[in-house]
Write a protein that binds this ligand. Structure first.
Ligand code: ZN
Length: 213
């Protein structure tokens, strides 16, 4: 374990349980205890895949495999493109959120100070939303890349099987907290992912199906 990883785990209150080698991705993943029942992420700065014990112990091995290969897809992405998209995402989202807060402050101030023009509220809000959308799109690109990587690894047949399963048994989130909301925004809707995968379908080769052992 390294210092940065320890700090990261402390920050998010993840308690490390064990590091496990996963054959399908030929890599180690860190299983942690967390309140987040669907925790699975790739942490770029420490180059580590982290998964919550709840998710790691689900019975549906097809789904677990997809999640792990998706996270590995983040790790395998070209580092320069990855960090450019990540920077665009973080930078634009910070500017966007700060701008939206400013527009609300400006709006309230305009009642007190009459020389402030209400019109600027909407201008600041519009520009902030623009930044926010660019940030979100950068994040969607990162996620779509990981999904395309995962589908290329598991094959279209397995992907359609997973889609079908997910439609029959949709995931129900017990807690719709702040983390859930952030995750929801940072990932493209399933329909968008499906559409992009269908478009790239002919470029996706089907390898042997790989299942976590
Ligand atoms: Zn992802």
């Amino acid at each position: 374990m390294n210092l940065w990883l320890d700090l990261y785990l402390d920050l998010y209150k993840y308690k490390p349980i064990k590091e496990i080698y996963v054959k399908s991705i030929n890599d180690k993943v860190l299983v942690v205890h967390s309140k987040d029942e669907y925790l699975a992420k790739y942490v770029p700065f420490i180059n580590q895949i982290i998964i919550g014990e709840d998710l790691f112990s689900i019975q549906d091995k097809h789904r677990l495999n997809y999640i792990l290969v998706h996270e590995y897809g983040h790790k395998k992405m070209n580092r320069i493109i990855f960090f450019i998209l990540l920077s665009i995402g973080i930078f634009n989202m910070i500017i966007g959120v700060m701008g939206l807060i400013s527009s609300v402050v400006y709006f309230l101030l305009s009642f007190v100070k009459t020389e402030l023009l209400m019109y600027y509220t909407f201008l600041i809000m519009f520009v902030s939303l623009f930044f926010l959308v660019i940030g979100i799109l950068a994040s969607w690109c990162l996620e779509l890349y990981a999904d395309l990587y995962a589908v290329r690894k598991i094959g279209m047949k397995e992907y359609f099987y997973l889609l079908d399963q997910r439609r029959k048994n949709p995931i129900i989130y017990k807690k719709k907290d702040f983390n859930y909301f952030v995750n929801y925004i940072l990932h493209p809707p399933e329909k968008v992912t499906e559409l992009i995968i269908r478009i790239f379908h002919k470029y996706i080769y089907t390898s042997e199906d790989i299942i976590v052992k």
